[in-house]
Design a protein around this ligand. Structure first.
Ligand code: PAF
Length: 281
């Protein structure tokens, strides 16, 4: 496995692989890798001959009062996790190398990025869409793997790939969960042991929505009332939103269309912002 820091180094590492006709897969990350990321890397390795993992804590997707400065940087452990999962190249540019000092070009995907997290994190998806576009251009992969855990991010990336005609296949990987059901996230590190246990109420509430759908309930409003009430058992969780949305457009779904809707939730448990979702099948 090779670690490269600049675009010319990356291109030099990839040129012989492309020359041999090997397919390239990209797993974009901000480091602080956990088993969820490792599952994405392993999936990319199944789908492509060469796997590039980018590790870049992207400043443009953090708001002024967010956790950019304290976001965990764990490069040595990340390198080990990449190696164990079968990555071939780590691309870890510096901010100065990756963004021009006077960069002024942004990728904005519109409606799909405006609701849910977009409402609470203005500019976040513009930062994500821009950096992912830059990564697609730098790596030029044939496939890329994103986690279903970041449901809206996935919808944003699908839209930008479609609208800008990137010849890249997007693979969505299902959310990897802790044994107690909590979705894996780099931000789970911020949780205390007590909070980690309390957080299990979140996936439980989402499962309640699923079981109501299985029993034949199709009215989103009624499902949301039941889920909110269920989550009131976790008073420490300050809900930002709970919504049932169309997976492609992120528009609210008044009634459940099977396989096309997801229930998505975000909020603060103590000082930690958590998100989770479940596709309603
Ligand atoms: O999901 C993430 O870790 C980030 O949003 C991504 C896709 C790597 C872009 O910085």
């Amino acid at each position: 496995m090779q670690v490269v820091r600049t675009i010319p180094e990356l291109q030099k590492a990839l040129a012989p692989k492309r020359h041999q006709g090997l397919s390239i897969g990209l797993v974009p990350t901000m480091g602080c890798l956990h088993s969820g990321h490792q599952a994405l890397i392993k999936r990319a390795k199944k789908e492509s001959a060469v796997v590039v993992v980018s590790i870049f804590v992207n400043p443009t997707q953090f708001g002024p009062n967010e956790d950019f400065a304290r976001y965990p940087r764990t490069f040595a452990a990340d390198e080990q996790a990449c190696r164990e999962s079968g990555a071939d190249i780590i691309f870890a540019p510096s901010t100065e190398d990756f963004y021009a000092s006077d960069a002024s070009t942004w990728v904005n995907v519109g409606y799909v990025s405006e609701g849910l997290c977009g409402k609470f994190r203005p500019g976040h998806f513009q930062g994500v869409a821009t950096v992912v576009t830059m990564l697609f251009n730098a790596v030029q992969p044939q496939i890329t793997v994103f986690g279903q855990k970041d449901l809206q991010q996935l919808a944003v990336i699908r839209r930008l790939v479609r609208d800008l005609h990137f010849p890249i296949k997007i693979i969505a990987h299902e959310t990897v969960r802790e044994p107690n059901g909590v979705a894996m996230s780099s931000r789970n590190r911020y949780l205390s042991e007590i909070e980690k246990t309390k957080a299990e109420a979140i996936p439980k509430a989402l499962k309640l929505a699923q079981s109501l759908v299985e029993k034949g309930e199709s009215d989103a409003h009624r499902i949301l009332i039941a889920v909110r009430e269920n989550l009131s058992s976790l008073p420490d969780f300050q809900i930002q939103y709970i919504e049932i949305v169309n997976c492609e457009t992120m528009a609210p779904c008044p009634t459940i269309e099977r396989g096309e809707c997801a229930i998505a939730v975000a909020g603060y448990l103590g000082k930690t912002r958590l998100i989770d979702n479940l596709i309603l099948r």
